[in-house]
Design a protein around this ligand. Structure first.
Ligand code: GLU
Length: 322
């Protein structure tokens, strides 16, 4: 007992001594030791990942952009739409890192962009209010799994319709047609992917863009990341020479960073559709009916607001139905 009492002041004294000596040696004050000047990498970067570039299994589905014919905006009892109405929210997988399409406005903290406008219009038709759209931020690579697992009702996220994806999910009719191009520093000489052999070119994992980079005969080195904003950061830090994806996404980055510009022609066609779980055919028809209405108004308004300044005048693509 007596020994314990004596030990307490001694321990306190030792602590004080330890703190003083640590300060003297620059210990606790040394909050950010300058051990490295290398720019940090974003999380989950893979340089030269293995990518299947030959067959896209499912190439034989005919025209993948042909969708189910709309049958009006009625909501039959027991339908997918009826279930969504009963829970009073439409869960939408979106992007939060892509300026102009799905991004967080730093002033308001709200998600905004062309895809966000379309998602809100569907929520408004179905539930009476755009705020009934509950957004889940997902990466390019998470889109199909989010739909298959039922974590989201729809995906509105710069998503290209193709046969391979149609094996796993359904798509609405086409609501925009983008095309892949290349973004480089204005100060560089690069004019397209053909000039980027052996150079690092960034795109998101699970995107058509990454596969197209890997398949390029010029043999650029693909760099895979989670989000398009990671590509922009890596470009600014000199960790990649170029970014290659849809002209829509690149237009947003060029606006964010005036030292960058888009070069070369479009070398793919990327028809965007709204992703919907395969079993919810009624929802595909319903979303297509909403898109029919949007084409006559909101589409143009939203396009003019977000995309026209960078991409020029455009009008909604004509839907194809089966
Ligand atoms: N449209 C392309 C795709 O769906 C690239 C855009 C993206 O992944 O966000 O894969």
């Amino acid at each position: 007992m007596r020994r314990l009492k004596a030990a307490a002041p001694l321990a306190a004294l030792l602590t004080v001594f330890a703190v003083i000596s640590a300060c003297a040696s620059g210990g606790p004050r040394d909050l950010s030791p300058m051990v490295s000047v290398e720019p940090p990498m974003p999380a989950n970067v893979t340089i030269n990942p293995e990518i299947e570039t030959t067959s896209s299994s499912g190439d034989d589905c005919g025209d993948p952009t042909v969708s189910l014919r709309p049958q009006g905006l009625d909501i039959p009892p027991g339908s997918t739409m009826d279930k969504i109405r009963k829970r009073r929210k439409l869960v939408v997988g979106v992007d939060q890192n892509t300026f102009l399409f799905g991004f967080r406005n730093p002033a308001t903290g709200q998600l905004e962009g062309f895809d966000i406008d379309i998602a809100k219009a569907i929520a408004e038709k179905l539930l009476g209010h755009p705020a009934a759209a509950k957004f889940r931020a997902i990466t390019s690579d998470q889109r199909i799994e989010a739909l298959k697992s039922g974590k989201v009702d729809i995906v509105v996220r710069t998503m290209t319709i193709n046969c391979e994806r149609r094996k796993d999910i359904e798509f609405s009719s086409v609501y925009y047609v983008a095309g892949q191009r290349v973004l480089v520093k204005k100060a560089s000489e690069y004019k397209g992917l053909e000039d980027l052999g052996g150079k690092r070119v960034c795109a998101t994992s699970g995107s058509t863009s990454l596969r197209n980079i890997a398949a390029s005969p010029a043999k650029p080195i693909p760099v895979a990341v989670d989000n398009w904003s990671d590509c922009l950061v890596m470009m600014q830090q000199g960790q990649v020479e170029a970014i290659s994806t849809d002209d829509t996404i690149l237009a947003g980055m060029a606006q964010q960073d005036p030292t960058l510009h888009v070069v070369g022609d479009r070398f793919t066609e990327e028809p965007y559709g709204i992703g919907i779980p395969k079993e919810n055919k009624d929802m595909v028809r319903y979303v297509n009916a909403v898109l029919e209405e949007i084409r006559n108004g909101l589409w143009q308004q939203s396009y003019n607001k977000w995309l026209k300044p960078a991409l020029g005048s455009n009008s909604p693509p004509r839907p194809k139905y089966r």
